[in-house]
Design a protein around this ligand. Structure first.
Ligand code: SF4
Length: 430
């Protein structure tokens, strides 16, 4: 739990609680609505409080509130600037509040971010027309967006529509206790226990499971506020997303796509899948554990699974013996890699082959995917797709929804190859 200071007095209490309880962290700050009744000289005590304990993880709640009108905007701005300066000085993130002040807030926070600061827009929302614009601007600045009970409110359709567009790495959950009780209300007062209800709604709207959202937002919160996360695991070989169990066999790849998500981070839906070694079949099977609860097993990861063909075949054979559905996500360049047709070796072991076609234009493919096989790559991939179709494997070609990709042409090319087509969202891997 993070106990958020909103005045000098409450900041003192937050720090006391954080030092007393192992699962409580603190922030210190003066809420914009309190700025008219607080003296600027109190900033010095806030600074000393922030420095007094390593369990102080952020500066704030600070920001601008033109809705309540309890302090003049110029006074609020001055306080916000002081908070931002303190956060930079102490190298702490900032918790921001905005009401009817979205553009002013972003304008003031911009130089702070440029100077290396980090911030969360707490209980993110805005007016219906304004929300997509300020949301995109906040994301482009690198802000985290905190989602609270407001996501369950009937009049927040704009927020519900924007929510799936927030990349995983920018997403946090919060309660704003004792305010903003999720709907339907189960008590008069909001409390941290209600986070799970917010998480359930966020999971539903983003089309993932509660476990996925819990994992993603716990990792984000621990990284953003620099708190220790005892649940964090690195180098996962097997990782669950929705009802699928994904397998990472390698970080090596015959492509070097310019859009590959691993160029930014090896974290997928809260799983760190940067392998410290290439696992054996026995290690993979041990990492998978009981697979009976999953709908499918998917060979994927940040790398090309077919580069570990023998391990892939051994694990897939075990899965088929257990009656599992097996999917292979591939760049389709394995026949070029092995200089032979490997498709017959997949028959009976793999149910679905998903090939990243990416584009109908070979020149664009070469430019975007930077294959190690150069000009031969695109036609080699098409040959692989034709071979999969001819072998009776369910074959799906995918392309990422990006402005520079002609999805209609990719769809036509897929039909020509005899496969099914699926457009993938660019927002997040996994
Ligand atoms: S084929 Fe996949 S894993 Fe390989 S570089 Fe491209 S996006 Fe990344």
């Amino acid at each position: 739990m993070i106990s958020v200071g909103t005045s000098l007095e409450s900041s003192r209490k937050c720090v006391t609680h954080a030092q007393k309880y192992i699962n409580v962290y603190a922030t210190v700050g003066v809420h914009p609505n309190d700025t008219a009744v607080t003296d600027f000289s109190d900033m010095e005590e806030l600074k000393q409080l922030a420095k007094s304990s390593q369990r102080v993880v952020a500066i704030g709640e600070t920001g601008l509130d033109y809705y309540r009108d309890r302090a003049a905007p110029e006074v609020q701005k001055k306080w916000l600037e002081q908070h931002l300066a303190l956060a930079l000085e102490l190298n702490l993130p900032v918790i921001l509040h905005a009401r009817k002040s979205e553009h002013d807030l972003l304008d003031l926070v911009y130089p702070f971010i440029q100077a290396g600061g980090s911030a969360v827009w707490h209980c993110f929302t805005a007016g219906k027309k304004l929300l997509p614009e300020v949301g995109e601007k906040a994301l482009s600045m690198g802000l985290m967006l905190g989602i609270g009970g407001v996501i369950t409110f009937e009049d927040q359709q704009a927020l519900r529509e924007f929510l799936p567009l927030i990349p995983d790495k920018h997403l946090l959950l919060e309660t704003d206790s004792p305010f903003l009780n999720p709907r339907p209300r189960v008590s008069d007062r909001n409390d941290p226990l209600q986070t799970v209800r917010i998480a359930e709604e966020v999971a539903r709207l983003r089309g993932v499971t509660l476990e996925d959202i819990a994992r993603v937002t716990t990792r984000n919160a621990c990284a953003f506020f620099r708190m220790y996360d005892e649940t964090e695991e690195k180098g996962k070989i097997a990782y669950a997303i929705r009802n699928s169990l994904y397998i990472a066999l390698t970080n090596d790849c015959t492509n070097n796509c310019e859009f590959c998500a691993r160029n930014q981070s090896y974290v997928v839906k809260g799983h760190d899948i940067k392998l410290d070694h290439e696992p054996s079949a026995a290690e993979v099977l041990a990492a998978m554990g009981d697979v009976s609860k999953y709908d499918e097993v998917v060979f994927c990861g940040f790398g090309e699974p077919t580069m570990r063909l023998e391990v892939l075949k051994t694990v897939a054979a075990q899965m088929k013996q257990q009656g599992q559905t097996v999917r292979l996500n591939t760049n389709g360049l394995s026949n070029l890699y092995y200089q032979r047709d490997i498709v017959p070796e997949l028959v009976g072991l793999v149910d679905v082959v998903s090939v990243s076609l990416n584009t109908a234009d070979p020149a664009q493919y070469r430019q975007m995917c930077r294959p190690r096989f150069g000009e031969a790559a695109y036609e080699g991939m098409c040959e692989f797709i034709r071979a999969c179709v001819a072998a009776g494997l369910k074959t799906v070609c995918t392309a990422v929804e990006m402005p520079e990709i002609d999805l209609a042409a990719a769809r036509r090319k897929t039909a020509e190859l005899g496969a099914e087509f699926r457009a993938r969202s660019y927002v997040d891997a996994g």
